[in-house]
Design a protein around this ligand. Structure first.
Ligand SMILES: Cc1ncc(COP(=O)(O)O)c(C=O)c1O
Length: 354
């Protein structure tokens, strides 16, 4: 965020007032590491908010995805279906772990086009990663039905939908494992931070170990049976998260007010596709306010962003699809799948705040 050149920063974190005391308390009591009590309290409150039995706080949303993917114990060559239009965090552990990413195109909602899912399933498919993107949750009903029919595990990346519901249930409650991010542009922030949520106690234990270098409390300390990471969340971060969680509903309401105001002000502006306020039974959460340029606009989003920057209005480009990432093309991945019609990356831009 460069406030010197951007009068309207793309996002500024929102604090509600009580956070300072909670963080100060960590310093006063000396509980600053991941061993502190706020971590467990934050986990327990997030679990209950998301109707989950277990929550495992961790370093960031990417770490949460790494843990979730590794916890599924996939074998080399197992296939994992995921959207092409997403942040790279979704795919990295799939690739590093030796599984095969199978990409699905996104539809006009920016979410995975679930009508393509059935055609991507093979006997090697072991998992589907659903990533709720920008405005609405993925259409989970057909995903869950297919997963059940074929015995496929579901990971739900709910980083952008903290406080959103889907089919009358909280986002973060779907599939075997859900993940979240608490980066400052999310509805709850801990500076950096993330969470894994699940119901199965064995899976929760595995995630806890993966977060903590695979220390095994049942074995001699410093003897390891597997490789994990130090992806622990500090007590300072969790304390901030507890203060933020108290105001989650207000944060969501504020985002909806911002989103609706943008829609009102931009209505009738030629060349723009504006996000709808609702879809199926869900109300837009406006994690970002994402607009796309109509095909009739003779330039790409980068050009529009330059004009907005000159007017000191900060924006971010859309995600760039995985099938066009140089790192994966250099690895020989996604050859011959240029048929993904995903144009969102070139045509879209987002703002978060007003
Ligand atoms: C859907 C989604 N998943 C994962 C992440 C990664 O989270 P983090 O930046 O906390 O690693 C993000 C970040 O914006 C995200 O939007």
């Amino acid at each position: 965020m460069d406030l010197s050149t951007t009068a309207f920063a793309v996002n500024t974190p929102k604090f509600w007032g009580g956070e300072k005391e909670l963080v100060a308390d960590c310093i006063e009591t000396g509980w600053i590491s991941s061993e502190g009590p706020a971590v467990k309290e934050f986990e327990s409150k997030m679990a209950s908010r998301c109707s989950r039995r277990h929550a495992i706080a961790c370093a960031n949303g990417t770490a949460a995805l790494d843990i979730a993917v590794k916890a599924l114990n996939l074998s080399e060559g197992d296939e994992v279906i995921l959207p092409s239009f997403c942040i790279i965090s979704v795919i990295t552990q799939v690739v590093r772990g030796g599984s095969v990413p199978v990409l699905v195109d996104s539809d006009a909602t920016f979410n995975m086009d679930v009508s393509q899912l059935a055609s991507k399933i093979t006997p090697k498919t072991k998992a589907i990663i659903c990533v709720h993107t920008y405005h609405f949750p993925v259409d989970m009903e057909p995903v869950l039905a297919l997963a059940k029919e074929h015995g496929i595990k579901v990971i739900e990346d709910a980083a952008e939908m903290i406080g959103q519901t889907c089919l009358g249930r909280p986002c973060g409650s779907f599939g075997e494992i859900s993940t979240m991010s608490f980066y400052p542009n999310k509805h709850i922030t801990t500076g950096e931070g993330g969470m894994v949520l699940c119901d199965d106690p064995e899976l929760a234990e595995r995630c806890q170990q993966l977060r903590n270098l695979c220390f095994d409390p049942k074995k001699r300390r410093f003897v390891h049976e597997d490789l994990g990471w130090n992806y622990r969340m500090t007590n300072l971060q969790a304390a901030l998260g507890l203060g933020q969680l108290l105001h989650l509903d207000e944060a969501v309401q504020r985002k909806r007010e911002i989103g609706r105001l943008y829609s009102k002000l931009l209505k009738g502006c030629p060349g723009l596709i504006l996000p709808p306020d609702d879809l199926r039974s869900e109300t837009n959460i406006y994690w970002v306010y994402g607009v796309e340029l109509l095909p009739s606009v003779p330039c790409e989003a980068d050009e529009v962003m330059k004009h907005l920057a000159a007017a000191k209005v900060g924006t971010r480009p859309f995600f760039w699809p995985m099938h066009e990432q140089p790192v994966f093309l250099q690895m020989g991945l996604f050859k011959g799948i240029a048929n993904l019609s995903d144009e969102h990356g070139r045509r879209g831009l987002v703002r978060i705040d007003l």
